[in-house]
Design a binder for this molecule. Structure first.
Ligand SMILES: [Zn+2]
Length: 330
């Protein structure tokens, strides 16, 4: 179900749902507080984010008389006493079926078997919701570095975006203790195995971690992680919000897409890591099996990589900066 503002003056066509602007987690009002505040007018069935902004919500009452009462009381520009004097902007909201997917939309796989991309693996529910909450709290307690469209944290080695490589001579030190349990679980993850070009024994020893925070609508452009920079598989744990990741190769031309739910671990090795570009389209709504899936207020990914010490010897010579001066990772 997707909610839209009802048009017209005076709050629009009456319904049991209210579109409320200047209200939501992004302006310091939790959805539960919204529900409690509007509860004085009648039974609140649900409070949803109206969009990815975090500052607009839809309050769904059980009946229209409650929304009418709320509109009468708080529909003007007077500050709302129940929400700390905040000036709300109210309209009636009507529900509308989701818009159809764009005609060029890729079919989105829900698991790696369906995606059928050699070297790609998706472990769903790799961590529990409690572990996810803990990880996010640990990450949020540490300083972020702000890039143009997203925020990042680096551990082990700094990743240099200008060269798409690390500076191996400038290690940041050991990975932080809050990642220890996760690293142990990864080390005992049965499906993770060494591959053809691994430097000996590196498949389970990660020494570079990048945390990315993506706001709604922000993705990442197509890239192949620089061959010469990292060895072994590249792992990415999704937290907080879902997204669709796409993969493409140039010859023969092909595109594929997979849905990454929160708490899932994506493993890229072999062709998926060395030969296919991966990216996250820059939009706020993904279409998955005909359903519009809104990205969360944010998605946080934790990427695990192993810094390479010698040259890459993969079989994708055209794409390999170690072998042909290829610019795949640039
Ligand atoms: Zn290579």
């Amino acid at each position: 179900m997707r909610f839209v503002r009802s048009g017209g003056d005076g709050g629009g066509e009456e319904s049991a749902n209210l579109y409320v602007a200047n209200c939501g987690p992004a302006v310091g009002v939790a959805l539960a507080e919204v529900a409690a505040a509007f509860g004085v007018f009648g039974e609140v069935a649900a409070v949803h984010p109206a969009d990815g902004s975090g500052s607009r919500v839809v309050v769904c009452f059980a009946d229209a008389s409650s929304s009418r009462a709320a509109m009468a009381a708080w529909g003007g520009t007077a500050p709302c006493p129940a929400l700390g004097g905040r000036a709300l902007h109210l309209r009636y909201s009507v529900s509308r079926p989701p818009s159809p997917p764009p005609p060029d939309a890729l079919s989105v796989a829900l698991d790696a078997e369906e995606l059928a991309l050699p070297g790609l693996l998706l472990a769903k529910d790799f961590i529990t919701p409690d572990e996810e909450t803990e990880l996010l709290a640990e990450v949020d307690a540490r300083p972020w570095r702000r890039l143009a469209k997203r925020r990042v944290q680096h551990y082990g080695h700094v990743f240099m975006y200008e060269t798409r490589n690390v500076d191996p001579s400038l290690p940041l030190g050991d990975l932080p203790a809050f990642l220890s349990n996760l690293l142990l679980r990864i080390a005992s993850f049965a499906q993770l195995s060494a591959e053809e070009d691994d430097e000996a024994g590196t498949a389970r020893v990660f020494d570079q971690v990048t945390v990315n925070e993506y706001p709604p609508g922000v993705g990442i452009s197509p890239h192949i992680d620089t061959h010469s920079a990292f060895t072994g598989p590249i792992l990415s744990l999704s937290l907080a919000g879902p997204c669709v990741m796409e993969f493409r190769q140039h010859s023969p031309p092909a595109r594929k897409a997979i849905f990454l739910p929160p708490r899932s671990l994506l493993v890229m090795s072999g062709d998926a890591r060395y030969a296919w570009h991966h990216y996250i389209p820059h939009h706020k709504v993904d279409f998955v099996r005909g359903e519009a899936v809104r990205r969360g207020a944010r998605r946080v990914s934790v990427t695990f990589r192993k810094v390479r010490s010698g040259p890459c010897r993969c079989r994708h010579h055209q794409l390999c900066d170690s072998q042909s001066g290829g610019s795949a990772g640039r």
